[in-house]
Design a protein around this ligand. Structure first.
Ligand code: SF4
Length: 200
């Protein structure tokens, strides 16, 4: 029998949806580097789920969770088709849907996918992580090189312009000078910057 795969996992009031273990970044801080376990959940997937398999793990009463969050060990937008299918069904049932992303979806799919995300996703958290392209590339090792840093900014700007509640996130260990530069980037893109505490 196939081992149980954590296509969904619960943290606090939210249900997280784990579509893939693949990513276009190889961040030096990624939890994938250290353990196959996150808040006690084994998130490395032996195989990726079909949308129906994810939906089978969504409670009939979607109000049981505050938010349904696409976020895993990998980058959810790599599986855009599955993400949209699940997100649209969740929205149809009245759920609040969030995407946590590295913001590289338009680079990955070589087209503007923000129109697809509008209407399927309520909120998007784009990890900005750093204040310059060089620093981002050193920290996140994107397969797209420095284009990833500029691409994620354009992605966030487009998502916000389409009415999706979008923000950048960074961790609070950057220091005030870098945080000020990140704030300026966020302002230029027309999105807020959320500074979250660093978790060891
Ligand atoms: S973008 Fe996220 S999943 Fe991808 S390597 Fe970085 S921290 Fe890990």
């Amino acid at each position: 029998m196939e081992a149980y795969e954590n296509f969904t996992y619960e943290i606090g009031d939210n249900l997280y949806i784990n579509l893939t273990s693949k990513c276009t970044n190889a961040c030096t801080f990624c939890v994938r580097n250290e353990k196959a376990d996150y808040f006690g959940h084994k998130l490395w997937l032996a195989r990726e789920p079909a949308p129906e398999e994810v939906l089978a793990r969504i409670p009939a009463d979607v109000a049981r969770y505050k938010e349904y969050v696409f976020c895993g060990f990998g980058e959810p937008t790599i599986r855009l088709g599955a993400l949209l299918a699940v997100a649209r069904e969740l929205k149809a049932r009245g759920a609040a849907v969030r995407l946590n992303t590295n913001g590289q979806a338009n680079l990955i799919h070589k087209r503007d996918v923000t129109g697809d995300l509008a209407g399927a996703v309520d909120k998007i958290n784009v990890s900005l992580n750093e204040a310059t392209a060089a620093a981002y590339t050193a920290l996140c090792k994107p397969s797209f090189g420095e284009a990833a840093f500029y691409g994620l900014q354009e992605f966030a700007e487009k998502c916000a312009a389409r009415g999706i509640q979008t923000w950048f996130s960074v961790v609070d260990i950057l220091g005030e000078e870098k945080l000020a530069a990140c704030r300026a980037i966020a302002e230029k893109c027309g999105v807020p910057l959320k500074v979250r505490p660093y978790i060891e």
